[in-house]
Design a protein around this ligand. Structure first.
Ligand code: GRF
Length: 192
C-alpha cells in the first residue's frame, strides 16, 4: 500500500501522518508551502503540481489530469487529502474511486467548504468537530469513516478553535488511515 498525501498549507496534519509511520510514498502540493518542506525533511518524494492560475481561466480538468499522472507514475494506491487547496475535477474520483480520503474541520454534513471553522463559529453552534470521509466529486460529501465532536467555548477565535480541531484530526486521521492500510494488507494476504 502506497499513500500520497495532498497538502497546501502548514502541513501539521501531514506531520501527524509521517509520525504515525504510514507508508507515504509521495506528497503533492499545488503551491510552495511548509507541507513540502516537512515531506522533504522526512525524505519523502514530493511533487509540486503548481496551479497556473487562481482566476476564472483555471483549467481544472487539465490540472486534475496532471495530478492523476503524478499519482499513477508513483504507483499510489490511496490518496489522503490534508488541507489541499484546489478542488479537483471528477476524473480523479473515477481513477481512484473510493481511494481518496479527506479530513474536514467540521461535523459533516454541517459546514462544508473552505471556511468550515469560521462558519461554525458564526452560526453560534455549541459544538463542532472533525470528519474523516471518503471523498467524492461533490466537495465534502461521501461516506463518513470517523467523526469526533468538541465544545465551542465562550470567546473562542477561529484560529484557536481550528487548532483545537486539528489536535483531534492529528489523532483521528492517522488512526483511520492505519485501519485502511491494515485492512488492505489483510485482504492481500487473503485473511479477510
Ligand atoms: C485541516 O484542518 C484540514 O481538515 C483542512 O485543512 C487543515 C490542514 O491543516 N482541510 P494543516 O495545514 O495540516 O495544519
Amino acid at each position: 500500500m502506497q499513500i500520497a498525501v495532498m497538502a497546501s498549507g502548514t502541513g501539521t496534519i501531514l506531520q501527524s501522518l509521517i509520525e504515525a509511520e504510514l507508508p507515504i510514498a509521495l506528497v503533492i502540493a499545488d503551491r510552495e508551502c511548509a507541507a513540502l518542506t516537512r515531506a522533504q525533511e522526512a525524505q519523502i518524494a514530493t511533487a509540486l503540481v503548481e496551479r497556473g492560475s487562481f482566476a476564472g481561466d483555471f483549467d481544472r480538468d487539465a490540472y486534475t489530469e496532471q495530478v492523476i499522472t503524478s499519482l499513477q507514475t508513483a504507483g499510489i494506491d490511496l490518496v489522503a487529502m490534508a488541507g489541499f487547496g484546489t478542488i479537483l475535477g471528477p476524473a480523479i474520483f473515477d481513477a481512484f474511486a473510493d481511494r481518496i480520503i479527506n479530513t474536514h474541520p467540521s461535523l459533516l454534513p454541517d459546514f462544508k467548504g473552505w471556511h468550515a471553522v469560521d462558519d461554525a463559529l458564526r452560526a453560534g453552534v455549541s459544538e463542532t468537530g472533525c470528519t474523516v470521509h471518503i471523498a467524492t466529486a461533490l466537495v465534502d460529501e461521501g461516506p463518513i469513516l470517523a467523526q469526533e465532536a468538541l465544545p465551542i467555548y465562550e470567546g473562542e477565535t477561529v484560529a484557536r478553535l481550528h487548532e483545537r480541531i486539528k489536535e483531534i484530526e492529528r489523532r483521528l486521521y492517522p488512526m483511520v488511515l492505519r485501519g485502511l492500510v491494515n485492512e488492505s494488507k489483510q485482504k492481500s494476504e487473503g485473511s479477510i
